[in-house]
Design a protein. Structure first.
Lengths: 435, 307
């Protein structure tokens, strides 16, 4: 099939958003596998929902892929050993494993047969898979749908945060898993069409994805690649659904309510690898980049590896770092302690130099840039005034609950006002009101 | 190891600052201001200088007296002073210019809470204060070529006095900075390219006046290029805190400014009405904002199900 018919333009484009520097230094570098991890600490809660419950005790021998914590309740995900060795500690928050250095996989792991939609959801749950784009929503719940209830599968490869290239490398390194994963999900769930979304500057990945879309299984041209504009935040769920289908997801609704399913490209690859080999989610590709990283890299890290060990592996001088947002520089949460573990949903670590000059906040000049940058078309400057006056009525009127905290308003503010933080304060003020 | 900095996201900021925006406005005003000095001589330059210096000094002293952080570094007082100066005729005494700057900064800007809180454009409000306080001094314009005092501006002169070229490039009498439509448009284009202003307000403002003048059988060239419209529409009606935040609001605001300007010129006792038009529309801005706010992404219209 000709390329023209396979590659499509966005159905609709959002009004707000902003053009960020891409800083994708690691895009064309081979992914490195991390070795020599001595101990890992695997937290029970790496996802949205109930924390996993331990099924091992101190002194137990585990292999790579052994179940160490089971899912509790409907919204939860299990955890697995990411190294082989001995359980050295079980605390309230997670399990510590001392590695024997062998990285021996669990022999009990076997490929899984998937035929019905229920099998797929079960596989995702057994795999311990959560939304790897960063949200951490258990994938088993997302896939627990009736056959043919989903019309459009949107594969999210936008990766709109600066620095991060882990999804891009998944596309380049493991594209076969992604292909097979997409066709499997499409077949099992009876999905009509698939839109693989990626920002237009990632030309090589688009070429690879075109191969997926041009696969001979797709006779009716139902799998297509969509080139998204290079405007942050293209990868946000509501934004990507709008680009791919032209539909606006109402507040509080799930994509499945309007017949859509959005899956991160690495989530799909990981799910397929689990079905193929039986090896659950025990390691993750993480982009380590930022001003304090001499040689930025994509590293495959066993889950639970201390961030400090990862940074040292990449060659970062941990004495000279100032700020470490977990994730990209736009939405990443700044760590207070680098002894924390790498989690399932981490796709990048931004390491910034010390002595970052804190910029002076000046008065709002009402330029309106925050409003025009807001992809949800909110008015952060007005919310700020309402928060200052403690006017919950006005806060409600300004629809702050639509805010997804993408950071655009703070990014563009010439007065350097912390608007995104103010939006968070406003949202929690509304929550307090309800109680 | 040092303690890590913990702050809320985003951890990346765009390079634009308030001072940078104000500098852009100053850069955009410079061609027309310099041309005004060439056209009207040293006196014009002195007026601009007095206006700028007084404005900055007034802001500095106000902050000092009220023990507020010093805000002259954001250059907004420079913009106000420069705009006011460009709105004055070159014959005005320097002390009148100084009073204007003090009124603009202290009364109109700082008394309402400083930058971002004023409801009216300081330069416009100050110009109107001067206009009603010193009507004679504020309306005697210098004829640029022959140095005759009290020449009528193109708006007050008989049609055909000036050629289209003279009007467009500014070879006619008027306030110091308003004469050259061409240089003001160059400045406006610079601001639009730098994304400092949106073109909606100037286009609607100028367009409305142009169309209404044409329909009513007036002289469109002197209406658009002869008076204060270019300076007003590009640099004063686009003032952030005194213009609407939404595109729809900007449209209403621009058309409103144009309409009032036309009405004052056509039916009022004064030949010029740009300042009053902008001031009147400034007052309406909170209402325009309120009724033109966008619905958030994905929110349905309320009450639609009743229809």
């Amino acid at each position: 099939m000709p390329e023209k018919e396979k590659i499509m333009r966005p159905v609709k484009r959002i009004k707000g958003g902003c053009f960020l520097p891409h800083l994708k230094d690691t895009a064309e570098l081979e992914t490195v596998e991390m070795t020599g991890v001595e101990t890992v600490f695997i937290p029970f809660s790496q996802h949205i929902g109930a924390p996993a419950k331990p099924v091992v005790k101190k002194g137990d021998e585990v292999k790579v892929g052994t179940l160490i914590g089971e899912a509790v309740g409907a919204v939860s995900a299990p955890i697995h050993a990411s190294v082989s060795g001995t359980v050295s500690k079980v605390t309230d928050t997670g399990i510590e494993i001392k590695s024997d250095g062998k990285m021996a996989p669990d022999e009990a792991l076997a490929p899984i047969e998937v035929k019905e939609p229920a099998d797929l959801a079960k596989a995702a749950r057994q795999c311990g898979l959560v939304g790897l784009g960063g949200a951490g929503f258990p994938t088993g719940i997302k896939l627990d749908v009736k056959k043919k209830s989903i019309k459009t599968l949107i594969v999210n490869g936008a990766e709109c945060e600066p620095y991060i290239t882990s999804d891009y490398r998944e596309c380049m390194d493991n594209y076969e898993d992604v292909i097979e994963g997409i066709y499997l999900i499409k077949k099992v769930l009876g999905i009509k069409r698939v839109v693989i979304c990626i920002e237009s500057n990632k030309k090589k990945a688009i070429k690879k994805l075109f191969e997926i879309a041009a696969d001979k299984r797709d006779t009716k041209n139902r799998v297509r690649v969509m080139k998204l504009p290079q405007k942050y935040p293209q990868g946000a769920e509501k934004v990507i659904i709008y680009s791919a289908t032209g539909r606006k997801l109402p507040l509080g609704k799930l994509p499945s309510d309007i017949g859509c399913m959005v899956m991160n490209i690495t989530s799909i690859g990981t799910l397929y690898r689990f079905i193929k080999t039986g090896m659950p989610l025990v390691s993750k590709r993480v982009t380590v980049d930022g001003t304090a990283v001499p040689e930025p890299k994509n590293v495959i890290v066993p889950i639970g590896t201390p961030i400090k060990a990862l940074l040292e592996f990449v060659g970062v001088d941990t004495e000279q770092i100032g700020k470490v947002p977990m994730g990209g520089p736009m939405m990443g949460i700044a760590l207070d302690d680098i002894n924390k573990s790498v989690e399932k949903r981490n796709n990048g670590i931004t390491v910034m130099k010390s002595q970052i000059k804190s910029e002076t906040v000046t008065p709002c000049i009402r330029c309106g840039r925050c409003a025009s940058a807001c992809p949800m078309q909110l008015y952060p400057a007005m919310v700020e005034t309402a928060v200052k006056l403690n006017n919950t009525e006005k806060i409600k009127e300004l629809n702050v609950n639509y805010c997804m905290e993408c950071g655009c308003c703070s990014y563009v503010c010439p007065a350097r006002r912390p608007l995104t933080q103010t939006m968070r304060v406003a949202k929690s003020a509304l929550k307090g009101e309800k109680k | 190891m040092e303690k890590l900095t913990v702050s809320s996201s985003p951890h990346l900021r765009h390079s634009d600052t308030t001072a940078g925006i104000m500098l852009d406005v100053i850069i955009a005003l410079c061609p027309a201001a310099i041309y005004g000095c060439i056209l009207f001589g040293l006196k014009a330059a002195a007026i601009l200088l007095v206006c700028v210096v007084t404005a900055v000094l007034a802001e500095f002293l106000w902050n000092k007296a009220l023990k507020k952080p010093n805000s002259i570094g954001d250059f907004s007082a420079v913009v106000t002073g420069l705009l006011l100066g460009m709105n004055l005729p070159s014959t005005v005494p320097l002390w009148v210019a100084a009073i204007g700057s003090v009124v603009a900064i202290i009364v109109v800007k700082q008394m309402f809470g400083g930058i971002g809180h004023n409801f009216a454009n300081p330069a416009i409000a100050a110009r109107i204060v001067l206009l009603v306080s010193f009507p004679g001094k504020m309306t005697s314009f210098l004829e640029p070529v022959s140095d005759t005092v009290t020449s009528a501006t193109p708006l007050a002169a008989e049609a055909g006095t000036y050629s289209a070229k003279m009007l467009f490039f500014g070879m006619h009498s008027g306030s110091i900075g308003e004469t050259s439509a061409f240089l003001l448009l160059v400045g406006g284009a610079y601001l639009i390219i730098r994304r400092v202003i949106s073109p909606i307000i100037p286009l609607c403002f100028i367009g409305t006046v142009g169309i209404l003048t044409l329909v009513s059988g007036g002289d469109i060239l002197s209406a658009i290029f002869g008076g204060g419209i270019m300076l007003g529409a590009v640099f004063m009606a686009t003032d952030y805190s005194t213009s609407p935040i939404t595109a729809k609001g900007k449209l209403i605001f621009g058309i409103g400014c144009g309409l009032i300007t036309f009405i004052i010129r056509k039916f009022g006792a004064m030949p010029e009405g740009v300042s009053y038009a902008i001031l009147l529309m400034n007052i309406l801005v909170p209402y325009i904002n309120r009724f033109t706010l966008n619905r958030p992404f994905g929110k349905r219209k309320v009450g639609r199900h009743h229809a």
